[in-house]
Write a protein that binds this ligand. Structure first.
Ligand code: FES
Ligand SMILES: [Fe+2]
Length: 335
């Protein structure tokens, strides 16, 4: 994980009608509960007393009660009362569990993973999709680390092989570039795939000019991806890390061609159908990749076409290093 980042972790759809639920993200069991003001509190799903699952408890008057011995937690993750000790006895500071800040925005529940003192104010979503679009959503779990699921969407050489019946028709096997441009933690990559006449070698990224009109896709750290089909049609994926071997992928089709709600929803649903087929074509291959988790340096032979994947790995490791060394610097009083 890249620490000190907001992650799209659940869909707002999964929260509807529920005031308490348990789930796993970042390799941790989490309990999420709703307060009367509509905000969500995310705590470690393991009672600090004797380890019972808090998500099997109950929420009463903005406190979460453990189902085992009735200790009650507030929104900071601290125990307010220990029934067996009586109302008169003060609760010691050590009775608390880890709390993760949350925000509900753009149809996702975002969870902040890291040090709250370093917290970024806003969640990293695609700017132009924050309003004006209608989307359809579908999600499923893949048995891979989230890095492999992200990399699949950055892979421009697989199209004619994995998707030869859908988006990869036409045998455009020769990969020029791709051109990769970073703006802070957002990577845009421009794709120029061509038929191989046997007369050319791939153009280097800096030989492709101009590139701005080419088909492009984006990755926004830490876990959002966008395929810009057109101004009015986009595919977005959020890769929610469950643990080292599992990722929940939220796949959305956004459209702004029809803005009338019911018809617009219907259109988004229809467009989403083919994206689901395409995702399942990917799934067949990605779940067999070894190892399930990727790293910048490992036993693979990469090629020029893999540039967006290399860039993703490089940025991920750079951000991990920076955040971790900052934390260490702060804990020994240096920067
Ligand atoms: S295990 Fe939760 S109150 Fe005892
Ligand atoms: Fe694919």
């Amino acid at each position: 994980m890249i620490p000190n980042r907001w992650y799209a972790a659940l869909s707002e759809k999964e929260l509807r009608g529920r005031n308490l639920l348990g789930f796993k993200r970042f390799g941790l069991d989490l309990a999420l509960w709703r307060r009367k003001d509509g905000t969500y509190v995310c705590l470690s799903d393991r009672c600090c007393h004797r380890g019972a699952s808090l998500s099997h408890g109950s929420v009463v008057d903005d406190q979460l009660y453990c189902p085992f011995h009735g200790m009650s937690y507030d929104e900071t993750g601290h125990v307010r009362q220990i029934p067996a000790n009586g109302k008169n006895m003060q609760v010691q500071e050590r009775f608390h569990v880890r709390r993760f800040p949350t925000q509900v925005k753009y149809g996702f529940l975002w969870i902040y993973y890291g040090d709250e003192n370093q917290m970024l104010p806003d969640v990293p979503f695609v700017d132009e999709l924050k309003s004006g679009y209608i989307y359809s959503e579908f999600s499923e779990v893949w048995p891979v680390h989230y890095t492999r699921a992200v990399e699949n969407q950055l892979d421009v050489a697989h199209l004619p092989f994995v998707h030869n019946t859908t988006i990869g028709r036409g045998q455009k096997t020769l990969v020029h570039g791709p051109v990769v441009i970073w703006e802070e933690e957002k990577m845009t990559f421009y794709v120029k795939n061509a038929n191989d006449e046997g007369t050319k070698t791939p153009q280097k990224p800096d030989e492709i000019r101009p590139y701005e009109q080419l088909f492009s896709l984006q990755y926004q750290a830490p876990n959002i991806w966008q395929n810009r089909i057109s101004d009015k049609l986009r595919i977005v994926a959020a890769f929610a890390p469950i643990d080292d071997d599992h990722t929940r992928i939220y796949l959305r089709t956004y459209q702004s061609m029809v803005k009338v709600p019911l018809v617009g929803n219907l259109l988004a649903n229809v467009l989403q159908l083919s994206n689901k087929v395409i995702l399942h074509q990917d799934r067949r291959v990605v779940i067999g990749q070894k190892p399930v988790k990727s790293a910048l340096r490992m036993d693979e032979n990469l090629i020029q076409a893999d540039l967006p994947i290399i860039e993703f790995r490089r940025k991920r490791e750079e951000l991990q290093r920076t955040e971790i060394s900052q934390q260490e610097g702060e804990s020994d009083g240096t920067r």
